[in-house]
Design a binder for this molecule. Structure first.
Ligand code: DQA
Length: 144
């Protein structure tokens, strides 16, 4: 599969940002690990991170043009209020898995709601960087 791994705002600060919540690995560490893992399974990965909602919407639309087979997306704080990201995922009809490093349902109440999840095939939360690998398996299951 041709996979797009998207990460939203402040995830470029992984390793620096609240390590007790998000761990000590940098985004580059996580991406390198996903790439190795996905390559062994025969998949091709493209990575994109942005702090900007519009750039994430543009990248989702680009995924439609590029005929991406699946998207693994941690929308970060946009999860909780971005209808633009919800609409973009619906618009492109590429199967998308929402991933969160932390257990969003066990945190502050504003994190329990995802306005993005209803546009996705599922949500994985609370397993740290392993969540991205679990999302690859979810997409494999969907594509058979
Ligand atoms: C996050 C959870 C969000 O609530 C938060 O705004 C993030 C990271 C996670 O991966 O656990 O930035 O998406």
């Amino acid at each position: 599969m041709n996979l797009l791994i998207l990460n939203g705002p402040n995830l470029n600060f992984l390793g620096i940002r609240e390590p007790d919540v998000y761990g000590t690995q940098t985004l580059k560490d996580i991406e390198d690990h996903i790439e190795q893992y996905a390559t062994k399974l025969g998949h091709h990965c493209t990575f994109f991170q942005s702090n900007s909602e519009g750039a994430l919407v543009d990248r989702l639309q680009q995924a439609h043009m590029d005929e991406v087979d699946g998207i693994i997306f941690n929308p970060a704080a946009y999860t909780h209020y971005s209808y633009a990201i919800h609409d973009a995922i619906k618009a492109i009809s590429v199967p998308t898995v929402e991933v969160h490093l932390s257990a969003i349902h066990a945190r502050e109440s504003f994190r329990k709601e995802s306005v993005v999840a209803p546009a996705c095939i599922g949500q994985i939360s609370g397993f740290g960087p392993t969540g991205y690998a679990l999302a690859i398996h979810a997409l494999e299951e969907k594509s058979v």
